[in-house]
Structure formats: structure tokens, C-alpha cells
Design a protein around this ligand. Structure first.
Ligand code: HEC
Length: 133
């Protein structure tokens, strides 16, 4: 009896793992990061943007989540550039060069294509993977 139960659990586990693998390997994962994106990523970490901002909902909560701000029609890269370049009374001016700001925007644009800040329950596949349209 115990052996049958374990065998059944094993078969179910193997089948479920197989289905998750098959489904996930078909999901588009976005482009690998270019050199400029990697430079922006480096700045993101070294300038401590993550201590105040979130990506994919993770990070500090002093500033807003920036995951999908590039594609937000009410915000976008030109709007973001001003904040990153000059700061505000709440966000420090980090004295970044135009080249650094470009790299950060490239990095944030790459992030934007890789995932969503908030995932609607209707967009979650039963295996737990996000459904891309
Ligand atoms: C000390 C905390 C802090 C750090 C570090 C920081 N930010 Fe901010 N950031 C903020 C706050 C707070 C706001 C909201 C500003 C406001 O409303 O005046 C903001 C706003 C922004 C905005 C505009 C978003 C919006 O709609 O309000 C962008 C884009 C941004 N930050 C990018 C960055 C990047 C990129 C870095 C790293 C180079 C960074 N921030 C570092 C606190 C920070």
C-alpha cells in the first residue's frame, strides 16, 4: 500500500515536472543583455537605485517601481531621463553623465520587455508560469 502510494506520487511528480518543463521552455525569455544594457545594470547596482526603487516588485519602497515605466504611455523614457539626470527634492541628483543616463534607460527598457510589475491572476498559467501574449 505504502509502495503504491509512493509510486503514484512519484509518477505524478515526474509528469508535473515534465509539463512545467515543456511549457516553460516554450516561453520567450527576452533578449540577452547588450554591452550597454550591462553597463546600465552595473550603474543600477553601483548607484544603489535598487535601495529606493523596485524591479518586478522587489527593492526599496521610497521611490516607485520602474519595471514597466518605459512602456507606460503616461511616463516613458523622456520623462524618466529628467528624473535620472537631475533628481528631485526626494530623489538625489547622482551627477550622471548623459552616456550613463542612456545606459540606464537601455537597461530599464530591457527590463521592461522581460516581465511585468503586476501579474493579473488571469495571466498565470496553471503551472505557475506567466502567460505571454
Ligand atoms: C535615495 C533614494 C533614491 C535613489 C538612490 C534613486 N531614486 Fe529614483 N526616485 C526616488 C524618489 C523618492 C522618486 C520620486 C521623486 C518625486 O516624486 O519627487 C524617484 C523617482 C525616479 C524616477 C521617476 C519615476 C516617477 O514617476 O516618479 C525615475 C525614472 C528614477 N527615480 C530612476 C532612478 C534611477 C535610475 C536611480 C539610480 C541611478 C535612482 N532613481 C536612484 C528615490 C531614489
Amino acid at each position: 500500500m505504502i509502495l503504491k502510494t509512493w509510486s503514484l506520487l512519484f509518477v505524478l511528480f515526474a509528469a508535473y515536472s515534465g509539463m512545467v518543463y515543456v511549457y516553460s521552455s516554450g516561453v520567450h525569455r527576452g533578449q540577452p543583455p547588450s554591452k550597454e544594457v550591462q553597463w546600465g545594470w552595473n550603474l543600477w547596482q553601483n548607484k544603489n537605485c535598487h535601495t529606493c526603487h523596485q524591479l518586478y516588485g522587489l527593492g526599496g519602497y521610497m521611490g516607485p517601481d520602474l519595471t514597466n515605466m518605459i512602456s507606460d504611455p503616461t511616463k516613458g523614457p523622456a520623462y524618466m531621463r529628467v528624473f535620472i539626470k537631475y533628481g528631485t527634492s526626494k530623489m538625489p541628483d547622482l551627477h550622471l553623465s548623459d552616456h550613463d543616463v542612456d545606459a540606464l534607460l537601455k537597461f530599464l527598457s530591457w527590463v521592461d520587455k522581460s516581465g511585468k510589475t503586476r501579474v493579473d491572476a488571469k495571466n498565470v498559467h496553471w503551472t505557475g508560469t506567466y502567460i505571454l501574449k
